[in-house]
Design a protein. Sequence first.
Length: 290
Amino acid sequence: MLEKKELLELSVKANAIRRHIIDMVYNAGSGHPGGSLSATDILVALYFKIMRYDPKNPKWEDRDRFVLSKGHAAPALYAVLAELGVFPVEELLTLRKVGSRLQGHPDMRKLPGIEASTGSLGQGLSIANGMALAAKLDRKLYNVYVMLGDGEVQEGQIWEAAMFASHYKLDNLIAFLDRNKLQIDGETEQVMSIEPISEKWRAFGWEVKEINGHDFDDIIDAVEWAKGVKGKPAMIIAHTIKGKGVSFMEGSVHFHGKPPNDEEYRIAINELEEERKRLMEELSSLGGAE
């Protein structure tokens, strides 16, 4: 379990990432805030606590890899990479602008820190499989992490990739399912039911664990569990809230792919600022704020 100070520091970082997401999508006039916000805490835990990663050398051969298969959540990944110092924070506001390196979906040819060009849903797990198998063949010790959307697992290629990972015993592959229960057209269980999702992954030869995807202790403990799995890939089903951190976006399919208007932007930023102040006061009481 994390010390209180470390938990607060990660929470402050997640709050900053959420602020960036809202700023980016609002300034772009387009984008996907809902799924970016639901994925934020997992990305913060991975990049700021769990992964072997050097932001000054994003091509370091022995780094852990992360593939954002649900590529429309790119604002969250861009914000994390910028906060790490992979590229300037100021560049975040160029999201989706002509000539920007920050496209609507990640492009590994243009931006450092991006491991795979994603966006056509269903392909990221296959890419991650290739990375994990390469590590085995090259006798490398890095882990490969991949994040899937719960609407995305309606794609047939996901299940082909699931069979591949199990067949080749890719125990260096750790997948997260961002289970926010909403996709572009509505609730996953109404559009195309994916339940019983845990049993399906187990039937395909994976070890499975379900967690609260907004609890840093849960996330970190689950990764430690996954690292201990031998001879199988691991799936962490993270129960999350779409739009997490912004009251009127939480649990709303309306903000899957819609930016906030002027008034919504003001409300969102005010809420996030109030949360930042609360966290900083609590951190300061522990002697952890500057």
